[in-house]
Design a protein around this ligand. Structure first.
Ligand code: NAP
Length: 285
């Protein structure tokens, strides 16, 4: 199975390359190989590669910056997806795409199911929803949330840096979600590909927390393995006390039950994956 992965240097792109099935012959590309804003270059590369499976792990993920760069975010998160889906239709390859909890508005009190109505609050969320709209029923779409990975740019890395610099931190308590390690997401994507799944699926680690709870857990786990010397004071604050350019959903839970049932896999709690990721982070030095 010839697989082309975009976003090679990203959190998910890296995790996909570390967890492939035995029959996958992988080529992973990044912006230096093909800039997804260049339709012609992307089309030409896809025609040459003609993969059996294209996994698009590339995205414009700077949520706040997207408020000022929506055209650029749309070019990467939506227009390029249209080019990829078209190319796969022409070549007969399978298209796998990844999207986000940010396509929902977070007004629900029940975890979002794959078919629930989308209502993005931010430019990033709008462009990701537009990307989803370019897929065909035979494509595979996996939505996820709150992704982190060792070596990536993410909330865990930011917290670890701040915990080394400061004695006290204030972290938002009124947004809840499920922190999700990219490695588990990659394994789920590979399992869905192996079962030739089509349509929309959700993947997140099990359990629920606020950003504040997540920060406290990061501090506890990091101190336990010596990544930080002492527990900082962490204060819970409302989102209103930490204004950001982009609005974020207050309730970001994804209902992943259909994915778990289809794959027959038991969910892994986010704290278990956090501990494993921090151990990997410590091993990286
Ligand atoms: N991170 C999260 O919390 C989160 C949450 C929900 C859903 N998702 C979705 O999950 C997927 C994977 O996210 P991630 O966390 O792995 O993202 P990431 O770490 O930000 O990686 C994104 C990758 O896309 C590449 N890229 C950006 N612009 C490009 C362009 N113009 N041409 C080619 N490549 C380009 C980046 O390259 P450079 O680094 O060189 O720019 C990077 O390798 C995305 O679809 C994202 O929307 C992420």
């Amino acid at each position: 199975m010839k697989v082309l992965i975009t976003g090679a240097g990203g959190q998910l792109g890296g995790a996909l390359q570390r967890t492939p099935p035995g029959n996958a012959e992988i080529n992973a590309i990044d912006v230096e190989d093909v800039d997804l804003t260049d339709d012609g270059m992307l089309r030409a590369r896809l025609a040459v590669e003609a993969p059996d499976v294209l996994i698009n792990a590339a995205a414009y993920t700077a949520v706040d910056r997207a408020e000022e760069e929506e055209d650029l975010a749309r070019a990467i998160n939506a227009d390029a997806v249209a080019v990829m889906a078209d190319a796969m239709r022409e070549s007969g390859g399978r298209m796998v795409h990844v999207s986000t909890d940010f396509v929902f508005d977070g007004a629900s009190t029940q975890p979002y199911r794959p078919g629930d109505e989308r209502a993005p609050l931010s430019a990033y969320g709008r462009t990701k929803a537009q990307g989803e709209d370019h897929l065909r029923p035979e494509d595979l779409l996996v939505r996820t949330a709150w992704v982190y990975e060792a070596g990536g740019q993410n909330f865990v890395a930011t917290m670890l840096r701040l915990m080394l610099e400061r004695d006290e931190l204030a972290v938002v308590v009124d947004q809840i979600g499920s922190p999700t390690r990219a490695e588990g997401l990659a394994r789920t994507i590979w399992s869905l590909v192996a079962k030739e799944a089509t349509g929309t699926w959700h993947h997140a680690d099990a359990g629920v927390c606020s950003w504040y709870d997540f920060a406290v857990a990061i501090a506890e786990e990091a101190q336990e393995i010596g990544l930080i010397a002492r527990m900082p004071t962490i204060r819970p604050i409302p989102s209103s006390a930490y204004p950001t350019p982009a609005r974020r959903p207050a309730f970001s839970l994804l209902d992943c039950s259909s994915t778990r049932e289809f794959l027959g896999e038991a969910p892994v709690h986010w704290r278990v994956n956090l501990r494993a990721m921090l151990q990997d982070e410590a091993a990286r030095g």
